[in-house]
Ligand binder design. Structure first.
Ligand SMILES: [Zn+2]
Length: 496
C-alpha cells in the first residue's frame, strides 16, 4: 500500500513535469516584509492546479521557524515558540500542535536529486504563521507580510503568545508605494463593493450584516485557536452600528462572556487596498463552524455544528477515556533488542509521548497502566481498563522473532470483533507514522486484547530483532512520529 502510494505520487509528479518546467523557465520572486528573498533555481514558485506552491524551508526559516527534515518518514517539522507544524510529503493532512489540519494540496518534493526542496501551498503558510500572503501572477511574485510586521500596523490578524512571527519582522520597514501589501490606513479605497453595517455574536453564532455583494473567506488559524472571516472589497458602513466600538484606526473588539468557546470578537480594516475587513473570533479551543450565506445581507458563522459521528456509532456522550498500556516493565524487560536494549524501555518511551499528546486533547482522558519502570500484571492492566469502563485500550510493544531472514515491520493484534475497526485504523496510522513494512492485522488471543471489554489493540511497532527496525525504534524522531500516529488513529476512531 505504501509502495503503491509512492508510485502514484511519482506518476502524478511526472504528469505535472511539463507544467513545472514551463513555470521554472520564468523567474519568480518572493517578497517578505518588503525584502526580496533570493531564490535558487529549485526554489522557484510553482502554480499547480491553481494552487500557488512555495518553498517551505526558505520562507519559514525567514519567519524565524526551526525546520527539520526526516527522510525516513518524509516529514518536515517546523517549530517556533511552542508551535509545531508537521507536514508529510504527499499527504494533505498536516499537524499543528498535534491537531490535524487539511491543506489545499499535499507538500511535494521538487528539484535535482541531491537537493530536494519541499513545496507547500502558499495559503498554508499564511494560515499557520499568521502572515498575510498574496500572489501577483503578473509580476510572478509572492508577497508575505509576517505576523510580526502586521502587528506593527496594529492588525487584528496577529496571533497571540506562542505563535509565529519573525523576530526581525517588526524592524523591517513596511514596503513603499507600488507594493501589493500596503499597510492599512484610515483611508479606505473607494473601490468597495460592499459595506459592513453591523456585527453581533449570539446563540453561538457570529452574524455580520452587510450591504452589497461580498463572498466571505472563512478559515481557521491556530496558536491560539481562532476563526477568521475576511470580507474583500468591503469597508465599514458610514452608519456602522454606533453601539459597537470602532476606534480611529478602524479597529474594534467585543468581549464574549456567555459562550465558553469564544473569548472575543475583533474586527478591523485589515487592508485598505483592496479594502478588506477582517473579523476574528478568538477561541478557547478549536471548534468547528458552518457558514450560512444566503446573499440576503446576513453572513452567519455558526459554531453550533454537531460533532462528527463516532465511527463506532455507540453514541456515547461526554468525555472519552483511553487506557494506554506500555508493555512489560520493571522485573519484565520484554524482548531484548539486537543491540541489547530492552523492549520495556521502548514501550514506555512511546507510551509517555502518547500520553503527553493526548493530554492536550480536551475531549478525552488518558489513563496509563504504568508511567514508570514498574510491572503491573496483565490481569491488573485489564482490570484497570474494565473497571474504568474505558472506551479504548491500546497496548504498545516491540516485536522479536528469531527467524531467518529476520522479519521486519508493524502489526496490530486484536481479539474481539468490536476491536476490528480500531485495529484497522491503528495499523493504517502506524504504517504512515513509522514507514515500516505492513505486516497487517493479527486476530488472536493475546491476554490483554482478549479480556478487555472495550475495543482493544496491541501494537507491535517494529522488530527489535531486526537491525533496520531497531535502529529507528530507539530514536526520538521515530518514537515521536509513532506517538503522533497513535493519537491520529484514536482521533479518527472517535471521529474527532
Ligand atoms: Zn512485548
Amino acid at each position: 500500500m505504501k509502495k503503491y502510494g509512492f508510485v502514484a505520487f511519482l506518476l502524478l509528479f511526472l504528469l505535472l513535469l511539463p507544467g513545472l518546467t514551463q513555470a521554472a523557465g520564468k523567474e519568480t520572486h518572493i517578497n517578505l516584509d518588503g525584502r526580496a528573498l533570493s531564490l535558487s533555481k529549485d526554489e522557484q514558485v510553482k502554480t499547480i492546479s491553481n494552487t500557488v506552491m512555495v518553498p517551505l524551508r526558505l520562507i519559514t526559516e525567514e519567519l524565524g521557524y526551526k525546520v527539520t527534515w526526516a527522510n525516513k518518514t518524509q516529514t518536515v517539522t517546523i517549530e517556533q515558540g511552542g508551535t509545531t507544524l508537521k507536514l508529510i510529503v504527499g499527504s494533505k493532512t498536516a499537524q499543528v500542535n498535534g491537531k490535524e489540519v487539511k491543506m489545499l494540496a499535499a507538500p511535494m518534493l521538487s528539484g535535482s536529486s541531491s537537493t530536494k526542496t519541499t513545496f507547500v501551498p502558499l495559503r498554508f503558510i499564511g494560515e499557520q504563521t499568521g502572515a498575510d500572503v498574496k500572489w501577483d501572477s503578473d509580476a510572478k511574485t509572492v508577497y508575505v507580510k509576517s505576523a510580526a510586521a502586521l502587528s506593527g500596523n496594529g492588525d487584528v490578524s496577529v496571533p497571540g503568545k506562542g505563535s509565529a512571527g519573525s523576530s526581525q519582522g517588526s524592524t523591517v520597514p513596511a514596503p513603499g508605494g507600488g507594493s501589493e501589501i500596503t499597510p492599512a490606513t484610515n483611508q479606505p479605497s473607494t473601490s468597495t463593493s460592499a459595506s459592513l453595517k453591523n456585527l453581533s455574536f449570539s446563540e453561538n453564532r457570529l452574524i455580520l450584516a452587510v450591504e452589497g455583494s461580498v463572498t466571505p473567506k472563512v478559515f481557521k488559524m491556530t496558536g491560539p485557536d481562532r476563526i477568521v472571516v475576511d470580507l474583500a472589497n468591503t469597508s465599514f458602513a458610514a452608519n456602522f452600528d454606533s453601539g459597537l466600538p470602532l476606534d480611529s484606526s478602524l479597529t474594534g473588539q467585543i468581549g464574549i462572556e456567555e459562550y465558553p468557546d469564544v473569548k472575543d470578537v475583533r474586527y478591523s480594516l485589515f487592508s485598505s487596498n483592496p479594502s478588506t475587513i477582517r473579523v476574528v473570533l478568538d477561541l478557547t479551543k478549536a471548534v468547528n463552524y458552518s457558514v450560512v450565506d444566503n446573499k440576503d445581507g446576513l453572513i452567519i458563522i455558526d459554531l453550533n455544528t454537531s460533532e462528527a459521528e463516532p465511527s463506532q456509532g455507540e453514541g456515547k456522550e461526554g468525555q472519552r477515556l483511553v487506557v494506554i498500556d506500555a508493555g512489560h516493565g520493571g522485573s519484565d524487560p520484554g524482548a531484548g533488542s539486537i543491540t541489547n536494549r530492552n523492549e520495556k524501555e521502548f514501550t514506555l518511551a512511546v507510551a509517555l509521548k502518547v500520553q503527553k499528546l493526548l493530554e492536550q486533547e480536551s475531549w478525552l482522558d488518558v489513563v496509563m497502566t504504568r508511567d514508570d519502570d514498574t510491572y503491573p500484571t496483565l490481569q491488573k492492566r485489564v482490570k484497570l481498563a474494565n473497571d474504568l469502563n474505558a472506551d479504548v485500550f491500546v497496548s504498545i510493544h516491540g516485536n522479536k522473532v528469531d527467524a531467518n531472514p529476520i522479519p521486519n515491520g508493524v502489526e496490530t493484534h486484536y481479539t474481539n470483533k468490536n476491536s476490528q475497526n480500531l485495529a484497522r485504523i491503528m495499523q493504517k496510522y502506524m504504517l504512515e507514522a513509522t514507514g515500516l513494512k505492513d505486516r497487517g492485522l493479527k486476530p488472536g488471543n493475546l491476554y490483554v486484547t482478549k479480556n478487555t471489554k472495550m475495543p482493544a489493540v496491541l501494537l507491535e511497532c517494529g522488530f527489535l530483532s531486526n537491525p533496520t527496525d531497531e535502529k529507528a525504534m530507539y530514536t526520538e524522531e521515530f518514537q515521536q512520529s509513532l506517538a503522533e500516529g497513535i493519537v491520529a488513529g484514536l482521533k479518527e476512531f472517535f471521529g474527532q
